[in-house]
Design a binder for this molecule. Structure first.
Ligand SMILES: NC(=O)c1ccc[n+]([C@@H]2O[C@H](COP(=O)([O-])OP(=O)(O)OC[C@H]3O[C@@H](n4cnc5c(N)ncnc54)[C@H](OP(=O)(O)O)[C@@H]3O)[C@@H](O)[C@H]2O)c1
Length: 329
């Protein structure tokens, strides 16, 4: 596992973080038990992951609490989140949000949270959040209940990062969680430059959503993007999109033909997706959520694999440069 510094927090973090949300919620959403979910979390820790992301709404905070029975508290970075309403007006008072933070400590069975996020902040609620919620978070940070504060976006609605574009000029968050993947790379122009300038820590979500991991969905999406004139059909094989990524190994930044996840060849599209996100300048941590320990091991290997060959990376940038209205969900 490779490690990096999470922006201005100076936390030493694994470049892969375990996501407790997404469609699997460590398996809880599929009806698996808390112990099954704990097996996934322990496997991540055993493979060097030290970042565990969860949220009030995921139901996976108790899994992280259980993990703390066997893992020393200072060995892991825990991020959790609580929302303030999606469409507005905000659905809680300052006192209620302060109690929500205390509830997170109880659910996680810990006396501090490394990163407390506002969950899925709507662009129209930025002013309310600044006035009402951020002071509460700062107070919790001053009291030592929270070490760092952050905000996550609702990427499946906020494709162009409008919320972050409004929030970043306030320069009050230590960490942000943002959507980025092969299909939607808009963060590169809209927010990552300011994020890097402010040395804000980042967690990348949506590296693989269903439009990327499900091959039939992916093909359908590509056909639609060609029909809409957003992808030049000359740049992609509509019947087998991204075939160039999984053809015979080609020379990259390392040696040729190292195997499926080596410098040249890619195991599959999922492998390429994680590696593409990991290599984006400004992305500190790539999150991966799963119910499946085999998927976990493969994804951690991808996130830690050598960079994609430069020609592959550039081709992916060129193909999807006009796509700014999808999240990959
Ligand atoms: N607004 C927000 O704050 C927000 C929104 C979304 C996500 N998040 C956070 O970010 C994390 C990452 O989210 P994400 O959107 O990137 O989704 P994700 O949670 O990483 O989910 C990925 C999905 O793909 C499947 N998958 C994983 N590895 C696979 C593989 N190798 N092959 C095929 N399928 C695979 C998983 O199903 P299996 O169980 O079958 O592996 C899972 O359902 C979340 O878990 C959550 O912690 C936050």
């Amino acid at each position: 596992m490779h490690y990096t510094t999470l922006g201005r927090t100076n936390l030493n973090v694994s470049i892969a973080g375990l996501g407790g949300g997404g469609h699997s919620r460590l398996g809880l959403r599929l009806g698996r038990s808390l112990d099954d979910a704990l097996t996934v979390a322990k496997a991540a820790f055993d493979q060097g992951v030290n970042v565990f992301d969860t949220a009030q709404s995921y139901g996976t905070e108790p899994v992280i609490a259980k993990l703390l029975d066997t893992v020393p508290r200072d060995q892991i970075v825990i991020s959790t989140k609580a929302g303030i309403g999606w469409t507005g007006p905000i659905n809680c008072t300052a006192d209620e949000y302060a109690r929500t933070i205390d509830d997170r400590l109880t659910q996680l069975n810990t006396d501090y949270i490394d990163i407390m996020y506002i969950h899925g902040l709507h662009p129209d609620l930025v002013d309310d959040a600044m006035q009402t919620i951020v002071p509460v978070m700062q107070k919790a940070r001053d009291a030592g209940k929270v070490r760092f504060i952050g905000v996550t976006e609702m990427f499946e609605h906020d494709f162009k990062h409008q919320m972050l574009q409004r929030v970043l000029p306030h320069d009050c968050f230590d960490v942000v969680m943002l959507g980025f993947n092969i299909l939607n790379q808009t963060a590169r122009q809209t927010v990552l430059p300011m994020i890097q300038k402010q040395n804000v820590g980042t967690m990348c979500m949506f590296a693989i959503r269903q439009a990327l991991s499900d091959q039939a969905r992916f093909k359908q999406t590509i056909k639609q993007l060609i029909d809409e004139g957003r992808i030049d059909p000359a740049m992609i094989n509509a019947n087998n999109p991204l075939d160039f990524l999984i053809q015979t190994p080609m020379s990259g930044n390392g040696s040729e033909g190292e195997g499926t996840s080596g410098a040249g060849g890619h195991a599959d599209i999922v492998d390429a997706c994680y590696r593409f996100c990991r290599d984006e300048p400004g992305m500190d941590i790539v999150l991966t959520g799963t119910s499946n320990t085999a998927h976990l091991a493969a994804n951690l290997q991808s996130i830690n694999a050598p960079a994609l060959p430069r020609e592959h990376r550039q081709r992916l940038i060129d193909i999807f440069q006009k796509v700014d209205h999808l999240s990959g969900d």
